[in-house]
Design a protein around this ligand. Structure first.
Ligand code: KG4
Ligand code: ZN
Length: 341
């Protein structure tokens, strides 16, 4: 039997503050280039207008680089996949306009991708040592904008069974990090500092939320009041205790997440748990999940670091899956700032 012709997909991601392009041959990554935007650091958060301008500056060099590393001429591409949403509208428009123009110029199909589905479908990227979850599994999207537990019944059949009622988990990391005088994005900084801190040094509030939903605003307030009280007694309280503060905060976040996941596994009877989104890079969360795998019937799927935070490889794999299903997009398809999974 002869092998089907190789499919080459260019994936483009520009939903927030990372401009990324990836080239795929079937379900394998040939390149995955990410340009992050340092311009937001000075503001302590993403400034939408600056993000779209930076995407405009980065998009051509990033795509050029992705094709170069993949050693693929753009004329060899079979289709272009891009992030339709959710995300910042100005940022999404840069990627979608570029994807549409290039697909028109090359006369190849266009494929729209839901960013949150992509975070979960990143598990299907074919890597030599990768293990792949089986349907149905529990997908957990933990990022700067989302915190969801999703029943993934098939590639494009997903049901949200729990989500945050207020802040996203990444937002909790970033906002509490700001209170701890850490630079944006504070998630990775807290993770680093927590490694040498005592997670039991301070006790922060655990919210009492019904069902499988989450809340992080109470934890944020608990950290704020605690810091206000302590810095009144000692103005250097934060720098003097930064490792313990980070470790104690992270301990509570991991505790909140694991409690809800335990409940979700029990209620659904599904014990395969696959995480995705920027916060899945967190060491505390990864270690807690691996420990759970060792001590229970859970099977845990954790993406490689480069497929956790925003990247175009996850867009490319969805592009490939949709290409095989002939799920193409027309040029009139509009970007969506809000786009349900
Ligand atoms: O998925 P992502 O790159 O962008 C969104 O779609 O939001 O996630 C970004 C979020 C930020 O809140 C960042 O602080 C958080 O992921 N993050 C982390 C870590 N690395 C990134 N949070 C905790 N620990 C980390 N190691
Ligand atoms: Zn994301």
């Amino acid at each position: 039997m002869t092998k089907d012709k190789d499919v080459y997909i260019l994936g483009i991601e520009s939903s927030c503050d990372d401009t990324s392009a990836a080239v795929f041959c079937d379900d394998k990554v040939l390149s995955n280039i990410v340009a992050t935007q340092d311009v937001h650091k000075a503001y302590g958060g993403v400034v939408p207008e600056l993000a779209s301008r930076a995407h405009q500056q980065h998009i051509v060099p990033v795509i050029d680089q992705a094709l170069k590393v993949a050693k693929i001429d753009k004329k060899a591409l079979s289709a272009i996949a891009y992030t339709r949403g959710p995300g910042l509208m100005g940022s999404l428009l840069v990627g979608s306009s570029f994807a549409k123009s290039l697909s028109l110029a090359l006369n190849i199909p266009l494929i729209e991708v839901n960013h949150m589905q992509a975070h979960l479908l990143a598990h299907f990227i074919n890597e030599t040592d990768s293990k792949v979850p089986e349907f149905p599994f529990l997908g957990v999207t933990i990022s700067g904008g989302h915190t969801q537990i999703v029943k993934v019944k098939d590639y494009f059949d997903m049901e949200v069974i729990g989500e945050t009622l207020d802040d996203a988990i990444g937002e909790a990391f970033d906002k509490c990090g700001k209170m701890l005088q850490l630079p944006y994005p504070a998630g990775p900084e807290i993770d680093k500092l927590a490694k040498t801190g005592n997670p039991k040094a301070f006790s922060f509030a655990k919210p009492n939320v019904k069902g499988l939903d989450f809340s992080f605003s109470g934890l944020k307030t608990s950290v704020l009041y605690f810091l206000q009280k302590k810095t009144k007694e000692n103005p250097n309280f934060i720098p003097d205790n930064i490792e313990d503060l980070c470790a104690s905060f992270q301990y509570r976040v991991v505790d909140i997440l694991l409690s809800k996941l335990t409940k979700a596994v029990k209620e659904t009877g599904i014990s395969q748990v696959a995480i995705g989104g920027g916060v899945s890079a967190n060491t505390g969360i990864r270690n807690a999940l691996l420990e759970k795998q060792n001590t229970s019937n859970w099977e845990v799927f954790i993406p490689k670091f480069e497929y956790c935070t925003d990247n175009a490889a996850m867009i490319g794999i969805v592009g490939y899956l949709k290409y095989k299903n002939n799920q193409f997009t027309d040029f009139a398809t509009a970007s969506k700032a809000r786009y349900a999974i």
